[in-house]
Design a protein around this ligand. Sequence first.
Ligand code: BV8
Length: 259
Amino acid sequence: MTEDSLPHRLVEELQTAEHIVVLTGAGVSAESGVPTFREAQTGLWAKYDAQELATPAAFRRNPKLVWDWYQWRRGLIWSASPNEGHYALAQLEQLCPRFSLITQNVDGLHQEAGSVNVIELHGNLWRNRCFANGHPVDPGGEILAPDTDGPPRCPRCQSLLRPDVVWFGETLPRSSLDAAYAAAQTCQLFLVIGTSAVVHPASSIPYVAAESGALIVEINPERTPLTPHADFALHRPAGQIVPRLVAHAWPNAHTTRTN
Ligand code: BV8
């Protein structure tokens, strides 16, 4: 494949697949200016490893530190907008007969771009729940409050609030994981976009699709452990390549973007 050409067979597969499934990771939000999970954290957070902060133990040890880390991320994402890759995936959902979007991201940018059927494996950082009992607490103005003296308390049980995300060492929501595996087992085309493909159990889902006979497409500027197993590996940024794939497969489709 030259720098600019797209594999013809891939375009054909997009046009003929009954069910297309996409699994995204932080790389899909990179072109929106949201740092990926493994990029060196900036500023205050440079000395922390994200993987150390996104754990129940870290929250128990220092709830204010973890809460402020999420407030910092919320601020970054608040000022970010979906990019062309997000919008192209929202358009793809409208164009193919059956579509499932599975995301590891917690930023909500897929939904903001217009994606409807989104399976959030790791939750969503725009929601809160209480640490002790999981009471959902609709975030009010505090969602973007600057550094406070730590997390607010649950109005029902007074335990500390935490973001409604899945931390390392916590199990994923059963319904989301079951839906993701079911989609992987019934699709003809599985696109893996913007993920380092190392976090379990999300990283096992493409292999379930492959075992069920789906074609695997990886879109990532870097190689990952999945690359050798992909039928197509497009080492390009998602925001560049996904809109081109959609435009080549559906040349007469008009973009549905409203802004
Ligand atoms: C669990 C929410 C039961 C929080 C996140 C089996 C083997 C080994 C380890 C384990 C295992 N089973 C469980 C584990 C432990 C652990 C795990 O997987 N550890 C890893 C590090 C080995 N898993 C868990 O704890 C899971 N729970 O399994 O429960 C259990 C528990 C303990 C032990 C056994 C069983 C829970 C995992 C969920 C953690 N929560 N997020 C928050 O966000 O704050 S994970 C978080 O990290 C993200 O959600 C995401 O999933 C992950 C980061 O991955 P990526 O999205 O891929 O992002 P990353 O930065 O890594 O890569 C970005 C990629 O984009 C790069 O490849 C880059 O090249 C590319 N890119 C950059 N720019 C672009 C681009 N691509 C395209 N276009 C661009 N422009």
